[in-house]
Design a protein around this ligand. Structure first.
Ligand code: NDP
Length: 301
């Protein structure tokens, strides 16, 4: 039987833990943690993400303050806001929602954040602490994936892990965290040769590529743990017919609604072979938000 790694249930557990931590602070006479969210422009997906994060703050007792800026905000004004939030003692965490509109330099903004308030864990100081294996604010998605493994008693120690994708926000930190947990890790990317063969060697396979259904069932080693980080919307029926051949329900949704969400892994195929697997939706996506709440509480502490 394949174990479905239920991100929703684990996110609920993580949020409950954060809520208990916040309540404990308040009971001891402290103010609640405060997260400042900076949203620039009108990207609809970013607005949806921010709404979800603000709702999670409300659920856990974290105070959230939103700063909405127009898409044409000059770089200097955005940087000035970040500097103000850096020095505001009432703000514990700062989240700059990405992507920023064209013309704004996200890296410069992220590098300007006070590392102690960098709840996304993207600042070079926090990335460096992770590299050194020292405590710091860690990127939410990979740390939530590690928490999900732990919650299911899956110990990476001694396993062969393959991480598909080498971005700074998912692939690289994920590989470092698996390494820290004593896995033997290979990072693959767009120039890697023989991806299917490499994936078939993985006891733990993490896909963070952003290519719908790229990982076929035949790429998965029998019994492997598959973590699918990818969140993709498929609207092309021809593509859907290829990648959802073993998933008629999803293909039907695509045809009926004109679009459907899926991961980087062909879930229906991979679930037949894997020992454990995260679904999309309902997997890693919800955990990332819970990880952000945990980081905000940590930053406040
Ligand atoms: P990036 O685009 O920054 O990185 C993608 C990585 O995949 C790159 O390293 C790239 O290689 C590699 N890649 C692209 N195409 C191929 C290919 N054909 N074969 C092998 N490797 C390939 O993406 P992110 O890391 O930001 O995100 C990855 C996915 O995870 C996306 O679907 C995103 O939506 C999702 N995501 C989900 C989150 C969640 O909460 N669940 C949070 C963050 C992201 P190269 O470096 O050579 O270009």
């Amino acid at each position: 039987m394949t174990l479905i790694l239920d991100g929703k249930a684990h996110a609920e557990r993580m949020l409950a833990e954060v809520a208990a931590g916040v309540a404990d602070r308040i009971a001891r006479g402290h103010r609640p943690p405060c997260l400042a969210v900076v949203l620039v422009g009108e990207d609809p997906a970013s607005h949806v993400y921010v709404r979800g994060k603000v709702a999670d703050c409300a659920r856990t007792g974290i105070r959230s303050v939103e700063h909405r800026l127009p898409a044409e905000t000059p770089q200097a004004d955005l940087e000035a806001l970040v500097r103000t939030l850096n020095t505001d003692p009432a703000v514990d965490g700062i989240l700059v929602q990405l992507p920023l509109p064209a013309g704004l330099d996200a890296k410069r903004v992220l590098h300007l954040l006070d590392p102690a308030k960098d709840v996304d864990g993207f600042h070079p100081v926090n990335q460096g602490l992770l590299l050194e294996g020292l405590p710091g604010l860690r990127p939410c998605t990979p740390s939530a994936c590690m928490s999900l493994l732990k919650a299911h008693g899956i110990d990476p120690k001694g396993t062969r892990a393959v991480v598909l994708g080498r971005s700074e926000i998912v692939g690289k930190p994920m590989a470092l965290m698996l390494l820290e947990a004593h896995a033997t890790v290979t990072i693959a990317h767009s120039r890697t040769r023989d991806l299917p063969g490499l994936c078939r060697e993985a006891d733990i396979l993490v896909a963070a590529v952003g290519r719908p259904g790229m990982v076929e069932g035949s790429w998965v080693k029998p019994g492997a743990v598959v973590i699918d980080v990818g969140i993709n919307r498929v609207e092309d029926v021809a593509l859907g017919e290829r990648i959802f051949a073993a998933d008629p329900a999803r293909l039907a949704t695509l045809k009926a609604k004109g679009g459907v969400l899926c991961g980087d892994v062909r879930y229906a195929e991979a679930a037949l072979v894997a020992g454990a697997i995260t679904p999309v939706p309902g997997g890693v996506g919800l955990l990332t938000r819970a990880g952000l709440m945990a980081n905000t509480l940590q930053a406040c502490r």
